[in-house]
Ligand binder design. Structure first.
Ligand code: ASP
Length: 520
């Protein structure tokens, strides 16, 4: 027994994370949330009771006061029922009677049916499985990574900018960075558009499947449509300058924090050395401490990854993968191509680095991005991996990576292009070349406006759809599979950032010149 523990303990961290990912996926698939069961909490004799409803034929929701039937739901309609219940007001819920109609075979082979009635309903939910109970462990892990991001960026960038020297060098690096980011995003969108127009996943969706998806997911998209923010480039640029630096830090406004840290760092070079040195030394020590913290938190990664993946897989309805197979396949082909071919080529050509070494160096970043679906959560890991494994100095990572996490989203932009064309195809709308160019432009801008957290790409997609007059309700078609595709596209988002950081370090002649570099 002891030797098993020693063996597990000695496995390298990235292998442990990978193992946790695979085991978590199996565990979640094994204990998946049933599509056919419901948990009802209701009051009986003044006490709260919880019952699990299995094997029901249909459920009627009845208004107790008027005795009118508000809705009838078949076994397949679990999601519709839950959405409907959510949409009721508190008073409606308290007047609700749930009638569960069941039938069963008796010993002599005849079919009997019966009705079970519940009143004073408190909640109707899916039945929770073990993975959902352990999910908070994963959430804790992600929160630990997120809370590091802002202080880490602040401290490293102040030190980094002070060693870059002057605003001109910062401007030169900034311009190169924007150019590479824009170039990679445009390539990603072009790949997405080409694939979506060649494979035509929308034409492969049956009209039955389309109706079913629209009925099931339309109630979930209303709030998302209201959430949409406009992409306003001028505002985005103006907002980079904070009115209150501390509010920017407190609200995790990444672009504003980067701006503040850059100005502080550069200005430090303009005052007397005896005054600036202690400040720089303080932030240098602070940022090294933060990097050490990331290393410590990453020791928990296998646990966090296991908990998150098992909960996600457990909740995920695999049927949707079958229904939206061609849509998912189109995007996945594009993402894989971009990740390994386009990014690999960029690394080889512009950073003169072996792509295998590069991808090995960022494997923890890829695993965490996939699990957390958040570029922000992966940012501290990305900074650590680029510095330690690839030899990109702090002054480059602290500048290029936080900006990349906010503005560079190759995966998300490609996803928006594929999704827009897919939805248009399902609605029978033919998008001409000019409209495809509009998609390219809006997806590029939407990438800047997309916050690096789960699911925001879907909301920004609404802007892309509006720009070419494709019905925005169409996002109901792809909502069910969004979480899974979000995981995949986030890997490409963060890898793109690491590519540009490596390239810029190479071009500035500082790749490998970090005192942390100990390539693994
Ligand atoms: N989850 C993505 C990210 O954090 C954004 C998105 O596509 O929703 O990079």
């Amino acid at each position: 027994m002891k030797s098993i523990f020693t063996w597990i303990w000695n496995i390298k961290l990235h292998n442990k994370i990978l193992l946790a990912l695979v085991l978590g996926a199996f565990f979640g698939a094994w204990l998946n949330v049933s599509k056919y069961e419901l948990s009802i909490k209701h009051l009986q004799d003044g006490k709260e009771q919880s019952v699990t409803i299995k094997n029901w034929d249909s459920i009627e929701l009845v208004d107790d006061l008027t005795q009118t039937i508000r809705g009838t739901f078949e076994r397949e309609d679990q999601l519709r029922l839950l959405n409907y219940f959510q949409s009721l007001t508190k008073t409606d819920k308290s007047n609700l009677v749930v009638r569960v109609i069941k039938s069963w075979k008796t010993e002599d082979g005849t079919i009997q049916s019966g009705v079970e009635t519940f009143r004073s309903i408190k909640s109707i939910e899916k039945v929770k499985t073990i993975p959902l109970y352990i999910k908070p462990i994963g959430t804790l892990f992600i929160r630990l990574l997120m809370f590091i991001a802002i202080p880490l960026v602040l401290a490293s960038l102040i030190v980094g900018a002070s060693s870059l020297g002057n605003i001109r060098t910062v401007g030169k690096i900034g311009a190169k960075m924007v150019l590479f980011y824009a170039c990679l995003i445009s390539i990603a969108i072009t790949i997405g558009l080409t694939l979506a127009n060649t494979i035509r996943p929308g034409d492969r969706l049956s009209s039955d499947a389309r109706e079913k998806l629209l009925v099931e997911f339309t109630p979930n998209i209303q709030s998302k449509i209201q959430e949409t923010v406009d992409v306003n480039v001028v505002n985005t640029i103006v907002n980079i300058v904070p009115t209150n630096a501390f509010a920017a830090l407190a609200n995790s406004e990444m672009l504003q924090v980067v701006f503040f840290a850059l100005i502080v760092g550069v200005t430090l070079t303009m005052i007397k050395k005896e005054k600036s040195e202690p400040v720089i030394k303080f932030f240098d020590g602070f940022s090294d401490m933060m990097i050490r913290m990331v290393e410590m938190i990453m020791k928990l990664a296998p646990l966090g990854v296991f908990a998150l993946i098992s909960a996600t897989v457990s909740e995920f309805g695999f049927d949707i993968l079958q229904t939206l197979f061609w849509y998912a396949a189109t995007l996945l082909i594009g993402l894989i191509f971009h990740q390994f071919f386009v990014l690999g080529t960029f690394v080889r050509v512009f950073a003169k680095m072996n792509p295998i070494k590069f991808f090995k160096g960022i494997r923890d970043v890829m695993l965490i991005s996939f699990t957390a679906s958040s570029s922000a959560a992966a940012l501290p890991v990305n900074m650590e991996c680029c510095e330690v494994n690839l030899g990109v100095p702090k002054k480059i990572t602290s500048f290029v990576l936080p900006l990349g996490a906010t503005i560079n989203m190759d995966g998300t932009s490609m996803y928006q292009a594929v999704a827009a064309v897919f939805i248009a195809q399902v609605y029978g709308i033919e998008l001409h070349l000019s409209e495809q160019l509009i998609i390219l432009l809006t997806a590029l801008l939407a990438s800047i406006g997309t916050a690096p957290v789960p699911g925001v790409g879907l909301i920004m997609l609404i802007i892309v759809l509006r720009s070419v007059n494709v019905p925005e309700e169409g996002i109901a078609l792809i909502l069910g599979i969004d979480r899974f595709l979000d995981m995949c596209r986030t890997v490409v988002n963060t890898s793109g950032d690491a590519v540009v950081a490596t390239i810029i370090a190479k071009q500035e002649g500082v790749l490998g010149k970090t005192n942390l570099a100990t390539a693994t």
